[in-house]
Design a protein around this ligand. Structure first.
Ligand SMILES: *[C@@H]1O[C@H](CO)[C@@H](O)[C@H](O)[C@H]1NC(C)=O
Ligand SMILES: *[C@@H]1O[C@H](CO)[C@@H](O)[C@H](O)[C@H]1NC(C)=O
Ligand SMILES: *[C@@H]1O[C@H](CO)[C@@H](O)[C@H](O)[C@H]1NC(C)=O
Ligand SMILES: *[C@@H]1O[C@H](CO)[C@@H](O)[C@H](O)[C@H]1NC(C)=O
Length: 287
């Protein structure tokens, strides 16, 4: 069971953060904050992300930083508390950490940004099995002074799944309409910092839906914010893209990346710059 309209007060009852990282946001406002959904036992995933795109990086002097979103689980709590003392990058509230509560988890992250890091330029929600090219994303986001930006892998005119055994099954009570609003895939979407407070405000009027990315799409629809493409060539991929140095220098996300793959991809990209990639391609062409 996940909670529905009648139980909307839950976010108030369980509204207190159990773990809040120190953000440094006032002194050193981040350009991008990554909100990463993980489960407790994904130690390897968190570790790989901390060593790669989740590092406190400064592409072109612009700070990017990742935070992990967790619900509560007694079994892991002492380990999670310890981990958070070490890395200071865990955001936690007291809700049961299940797939059905994913929307709560993401809203918790957005609330945290709103309260503790309102000076951020952009927020990206993504998952623990994602490759994120933080350098390329920073470059793309720097091309304009964005406001009211909502971007990612856009899904138009998707329909709710009415097949009971599906992970994404929705009853007509949960979602009566026959299509979803345009929304960006939950594998990785970005919105500008000016929208965080607005999402929270508008969410109070939209019954929770377990499909987190659709829910955010509903919030943006109500705010009259439509998703836009960030670049003419799609940089957000909701599937697994085959690794190559040139491919990965020119994309923002790829899906289903294991911690080991992530570490290897990152190292390979650090050792082979974009320029070298084009040079090698030229050599190959003339060989
Ligand atoms: C606490 O976390 C650190 C860093 O992850 C780890 O090295 C250490 O073993 C942990 N200690 C306990 C008691 O779990
Ligand atoms: C979490 O909420 C439950 C139910 O409201 C409560 O019994 C429990 O003490 C809370 N746990 C923490 C760590 O706050
Ligand atoms: C979270 O999910 C669990 C199980 O799926 C459910 O019982 C609970 O009501 C949900 N909400 C909260 C706030 O924990
Ligand atoms: C964005 O605005 C700043 C300050 O107004 C300006 O210096 C900068 O050139 C602008 N950047 C772009 C890409 O328009």
């Amino acid at each position: 069971m996940f909670y529905n309209t009648n139980k909307r007060s839950i976010s108030k009852e369980k509204g207190k953060f159990l773990i809040i990282p120190k953000s440094n946001c006032d002194d050193d406002p981040p350009f991008i904050v990554y909100l990463v959904t993980v489960s407790h036992s994904q130690w390897k995933e968190r570790s790989a992300i901390r060593q790669t795109w989740g590092k406190d990086l400064r592409p072109n002097g612009k700070r990017t930083v990742a935070y992990f979103l967790l619900g509560y689980n007694t079994k892991y709590q002492s380990m999670i508390l310890n981990e958070s003392l070490y890395y200071n990058d865990i955001i936690q509230k007291n809700f049961t950490d299940t797939y059905h509560n994913l929307t709560l988890k993401v809203m918790m992250g957005i609330e945290w940004v709103h309260e503790f890091c309102p000076s951020v330029s952009f927020v990206m929600k993504t998952d623990s099995d994602m490759f994120v090219n933080t350098y390329y994303l920073t470059e793309l986001l720097s091309q304009k002074n964005w406001t009211q930006l909502y971007t990612g892998f856009i899904k138009n005119k998707e329909k709710p799944i009415r097949y009971k055994l599906s992970k994404w099954y929705l009853t007509k009570e949960e979602y009566p309409q026959s299509t979803f609003p345009p929304f960006c895939s939950g594998t990785g979407y970005v919105f500008s910092g000016d929208l965080t407070g607005k999402i929270i405000a508008v969410s109070k009027h939209i019954p929770i839906l377990k499909l987190e990315d659709v829910y955010i799409g509903l919030c943006f629809q109500k705010l009259n914010v439509t998703p836009v493409e960030l670049n003419s060539a799609q940089p957000f991929h909701a599937r697994k893209v085959e690794f190559s140095i040139c491919n990965f220098h020119k994309l923002v996300t790829s899906h289903q990346v294991s911690p080991v793959e992530l570490l290897i991809y990152w190292k390979t990209l650090e050792e082979n710059s974009k320029e070298e990639c084009w040079k090698k391609m030229e050599e190959f062409r003339w060989a």
